[in-house]
Design a protein around this ligand. Sequence first.
Ligand SMILES: [Mn+2]
Length: 338
Amino acid sequence: MTPDRPGHVDGFLNAFADVGKALMLPHDNPDPDGLASAFALAHILRSRGIDTTVGFGGTIGRAENRAMVRALGLDPVPLSTLEVGEFDGVALVDAQPGTGNNPVMAGAAIRAVIDHHPLSDATENVRYLDVRPNYGATATIVTEYARDANVELTTQLATALFYAIRSETQDLGREASAADREIYVDLLRIADMATVARIQRARVPREYFDTYLTAIREARVHGNIVMTDLGPVASSDQVAEIADFLLRLREVTWSVCLGRQGNTLAVSVRTTDPFAHAGHAVRRAIEGLGTAGGHGTMAGGQVPLQEDNADELIVEVRQRLLAALAAPAGDGQPLASD
Ligand SMILES: [Mn+2]
């Protein structure tokens, strides 16, 4: 188990005390936890007079996440339109250096890491770090920050943080701690629940249903593992969503979903086993091919692909994942009959 390195908002504020322009950066293709946490930290820094921007790499793909940004008036700025060198203080939020899911730019002035994933070695050198793997959501940590710094949250931010904890912990049912529960109840009092409902039931385009069709058609059951490959995807969020979806299959304890976003193979793994180490399994499986990270029951990875080796590499990743999860030999059974 990676040790906790909990911090306090005073340490966070100290790390930015002499900063003129700050950048809050969630992981690529940010989810509600990354986005809400980044905006709450920006709000805290702005309350101390620090000019703060929330940036992001990749895309905001999932319909719920797009709805959240729109409904709550959040305005994260694509990194491609920012001059990162202009920021003299950067915080990585819901992410850490060295995990491959965030754009840690060479020379970027990373002052702080606030996260709830297992501590990565590369994080140790950062000036201020607050990494609490026992927390269900980074949003819980930053809501504690706002409370401890006496910074009042706007309704929008409270709603964003509430929705972040709700979606990240599946309504406190997945990897939630007593701290998550306490903050969730605090936020429930002030969050705009009509907006939360609108975000959760976001409307989706037709292609959304094609993704499910492909996921089900391509899924194979290998003993207690269900695995599918979506082929090309618009966003790696779809890969994570389908991994969650397939884990509902009664007879399995692991789900694996692959998808190709541009020249990157995205991998999502989920397990129902609360004592499993999904992150270890994925890291072992794609060692030497790509990067991975994750919590106990959720993990993800990225493998760079080249035009001339993509198909072979995807086959190899599939085989290595099945081996890492001790799948029975053979090609497995199709999930659905057609
Ligand atoms: Mn998170």
